[in-house]
Design a protein around this ligand. Structure first.
Ligand SMILES: *Cc1c(COP(=O)(O)O)cnc(C)c1O
Length: 359
């Protein structure tokens, strides 16, 4: 029985459930999942070791201030640990930002092919999601600025963006930040920042301003998506605000320990970045040689663009019969595209062989 007088807050029922990348195919063994941009090599061995060791401490509550993890992040990323807040994935940081800064009557702005969590978190907070067009599947600063109103409180851009793989440079990010009105926070989603050689994820832009914040994650290059750890970095008052919204024990003991070890294993992160670039470059050349359209990807996936939706579906269906799961991105307004995570060398080769068979 349902009590019709018990109703959720406005906006909640407009949230469509998040579609995650599939991981199984009926009747096919030897399945490779290339649909969620996970690290195909897994996390640092040191992270796995401390994760296993943490089994002896499961009766203890975790730290509430995450001091040890924030210190490790600070050392490796050159950040003041006081300006870092940790969350259950960067998804939780995104939702803290929406709860803290946007409510009924406020607008949360993001780009046409932006990450689906911006809309979900905005609606959950009672705010109104607003979408600005991109140009050639790339963030367009002028179009974002044109979509800003006096009600805009948060602007999210992923840089590089998912699912397009494209990014804008520091000058453009700074121009966006400086073009926003007072009372409006720019959030740089750096989920894929570690894949870009020598990129500071927008830290210099943040450090020179008080209206820019960034989110980062351990789910992608650090290979810890299953543990759910992310963090935010930015102006002290924003961090202090998010810490009020944050649950005191939001991160578990194993998650805190594994993330710290993963962050400190810089050699492994460097290897993952180089290996991703090598295999991504190889896949891009092979796809282009087959006439598949691509934007230059800066992330750990490629967005393959076909003539039409039917072709993308045909390629996807054939890949499935070969045990290869990639991501249809029609839900992101890209019906003729497939997003393919850069896998191991063996997986990438299987993908290219299978696409050749269809085309
Ligand atoms: C994968 C991804 C994230 C990471 O989410 P987590 O909650 O940290 O796992 C954030 N933003 C974008 C754009 C992503 O693609």
């Amino acid at each position: 029985m349902t009590d019709m007088t018990i109703t959720p807050q406005p906006g909640i029922m407009e949230i469509e459930l998040y579609q995650s990348g599939a991981s199984k195919i009926e009747g096919v063994s030897d399945v490779v999942k290339l649909s969620s941009n996970e690290n195909p090599h897994g996390p640092s061995k040191r992270a796995l070791d401390v994760f296993r060791q943490s089994a002896g401490e499961l009766h203890l509550y975790p730290s509430t201030d995450h001091a040890s993890l924030r210190e490790a992040i600070g050392e490796v990323q050159g950040m003041d640990p006081a300006q870092i807040v940790c969350g259950v994935g960067s998804d939780e940081i995104i939702s803290f930002l929406c709860y803290a800064y946007a409510g009924p009557g406020d607008e949360v702005l993001y780009t046409e092919h932006g990450f689906s969590m911006y809309r979900i978190s905005a609606l959950a907070a009672g705010a109104t999601p607003v979408v600005a067009p991109e140009t050639e599947r790339t963030t367009d600063v002028d179009k974002l600025l044109a979509a800003v109103t006096e009600r805009t409180r948060l602007v999210f851009i992923a840089n590089p963006n998912n699912p397009t793989g494209t990014m804008i440079d520091e000058v453009e990010v700074a121009r966006l930040a400086d073009g926003l009105p007072e009372g409006c926070l720019l959030v740089l989603d750096g989920a894929y920042a570690e894949f870009v050689d020598g990129f500071d994820a927008g830290k210099a832009v943040i450090d020179a301003r008080d209206n820019v914040f960034m989110t980062r994650t351990f789910s992608k290059i650090y290979g810890l998506g299953g543990l759910r750890i992310g963090y935010g970095y930015g102006p002290q008052d924003i961090v202090d605000t998010l810490n009020r919204v944050r649950g005191p024990f939001n991160l578990s003991v194993p998650a805190l320990k594994a993330a710290e070890a993963a962050m400190r294993d810089v050699g492994y992160t460097d290897w993952c970045r180089a290996e991703n670039a090598r295999m991504r470059g190889w896949m891009e050349r092979e796809l282009q040689a087959m006439g598949v359209a691509l934007d230059p990807s800066q992330a750990n996936f490629v967005l393959a663009r076909f003539e039409d939706q039917a072709k993308a579906q045909a390629v996807d269906a054939h890949l499935k019969t070969k045990g290869l799961i990639v991501r249809m991105v029609a839900g992101y307004g890209l019906p003729n595209c497939l997003r393919i995570t850069v896998g191991t060398e063996a997986a990438c080769k299987r993908v290219i062989v299978a696409i050749k068979e269809v085309l």
